[in-house]
Design a protein around this ligand. Sequence first.
Ligand SMILES: [Zn+2]
Length: 321
Amino acid sequence: MSPAWLEPEIARLRGAYAAGRLPHALLIHEAPGAGGEWLAGWVARLVLCTSPREGAPCGHCAACQRAAQEQHPDLTVIRPVETSTQIRIEQVRELAAELTLTAHQGGYKVGILSPADSMNRFAANALLKTLEEPPQATLLILVASQPSRLPPTILSRCQRVRVRAPQQADAVAWLEAARGAGDWERVLAVLGMAPMTAAAADPAAVVEVAAEVRHGLEEAAEGGGDPVATAERWARSELPLRLACVENWLTERIRGRLVGHAVFTEVRAGTHLRGHGDSLDLRQLFGLLDTVRELKSSFDAPINRGLALESLLRALGTRGA
Ligand SMILES: [Zn+2]
């Protein structure tokens, strides 16, 4: 089942392909976890499918099935390797060499780079050569949630496709079809409107971790708990998920504080503010939010996450001005 929120882009791409107007390079600019890579795979199947064009991608032919498993000889998918967070120049060179070969199937050769904004400068330069002089019948698909990190010379050579975060109802419907029943509303509230990220997660575990983090934060905000033990535990397991939970919690508190000053009242935020609404001021909350976001973006940096979390928990418990 294709995600409902991608239908407009799917229709546009199908039309372009039928009219022979598909460009050599697409940049799929996605909201994080909203399905950019899914759409890239769909486009690959669209051009590799051996059924008549109007029915492509059929999903049944050998080409569709091989492409879906990333086993098609005319499809190359590049991602950061293992623990690396970057796509490296050697990977791009291999892709470029592959694209110059004759297609096994006699049609398109497709290269997908995901996330393309994880290319380092050298890799991006290497890709530029292919983008400037694309071999016949090649299609490069770049998937990125932060395309501004790519050089303008790359961006200007790609046709942009926008994938926005879905409405919750569409995301939940798709998750139920893909993964079965689960508390997907709560999972999406924790992970953000990122159904593809949610699909790869264990919904029960996400809900459990979120509840535990919430409890730890409430406790710390009351000046209680054991910041050292809590920080060590959080740093050891499910850290990215926990940081997302901390970020959400802080954002809710900031929103609650802002709403308190506005004419509007928001019942949802009120439940988390009960009892300790005055402990931290807005500036401190924003400061903590910056700290969390820094931690989130520095997974491969050699910093002591346990210590950073501990000071964050302690800061929550201190009384502000
Ligand atoms: Zn097919």
